[in-house]
Design a protein around this ligand. Structure first.
Ligand code: GLP
Length: 261
């Protein structure tokens, strides 16, 4: 795992955007994995700028979201597919239908999960996955206790996550769905490159456990220690509990210039 620590969240977002840019210019039909939440927003802004100012195109690309709430109305503004449409997809040139999410409104949720796994497989798998992490260490919506080999399935949110996400629902936890569909940890591990962004002191323990803790279902993101191409981009506050922070900074400062993330 490569850990990049920087005081500027914008610098880190630009690094992630640069990786997406490099991929799409070499493989225009690449498959992206997109996360919701606040952490990747600056990456999406940077991608919109690159589309507008330097011709970065998503016309042949496809994208898969990590997760979706169960039971939100199709026109609910916090439905994750709607969120991604708003912050990214509608502002660049994805083809219609090129961005998909698991169907949290399906009558048969189990079948919807299986279909989603199949759609990812038929697209050839995810080339580059943008990821965030919850304060309790969840990635996508894989809460503590998740199987490290899990695939897309129905999950129940922890009260901590519902509390964290209440800010998107008028600060009213009762409006936050209890159930979600989420790619599993095994699904995320199959992405060929994972870039996880985390900012602020609230993420410091989750980041430490992810990068340096024992691999454990208690901190689901820790399974990413097994990922062969994993980039962890954190600001100083989110890095504040990393034991090897000095070494990560040293390694980044001395990285050969020809190597990207
Ligand atoms: C949600 C999403 C996760 C995201 C997490 C952290 O629970 N399902 O994919 O990583 O929130 O969000 P934020 O980046 O806003 O802290």
């Amino acid at each position: 795992m490569e850990v990049v620590i920087n005081s500027s969240a914008q610098y880190l977002a630009d690094l992630a955007a640069e990786a997406v840019d490099t991929l799409l210019r070499s493989r225009p039909d690449a498959v992206l994995g997109l996360a919701t939440g606040t952490s990747p927003l600056a990456v999406y802004e940077a991608l919109v700028r690159r589309h507008r100012d330097s011709g970065l195109s998503f016309a042949e690309a496809r994208a898969f979201l990590l997760d979706e709430y169960v039971g939100l109305a199709a026109d609910h503004p916090e439905r994750y597919l709607t969120v991604i449409e708003r912050v990214l997809a509608s502002r660049v040139d994805f083809a219609p239908g090129a961005v998909q999410a698991p169907d949290g409104g399906a009558e048969d949720l189990v079948a919807a999960c299986a279909q989603y796994e199949q759609a990812i497989a038929e697209a050839g798998g995810v080339d580059l996955q943008i990821l965030g992490i919850g304060t309790d260490g969840h990635v996508a919506f894989n809460e503590p206790g998740s199987s490290l080999a899990s695939r897309t399935r129905v999950k129940t949110l922890t009260e901590q996550t519902r509390q964290d996400n209440a800010r998107f629902f008028d600060y009213d936890i009762r409006q936050v769905p209890k159930h979600v569909l989420t790619q599993g940890l095994g699904t995320i591990m199959a992405a060929r490159h994972v870039i996880l962004l985390a900012f602020g002191p609230g993420k410091a323990e989750a980041v430490h456990q992810l990068a340096e803790g024992p691999v454990s279902a208690l901190w689901p993101g820790s399974v990413l220690q097994y990922h062969p191409h994993m980039s962890l981009l954190v600001d100083d506050a989110a890095a504040s509990r990393l034991q090897l922070a000095d070494f990560y900074r040293h390694a980044w400062d001395n990285k050969p210039s020809w190597q990207g993330l």
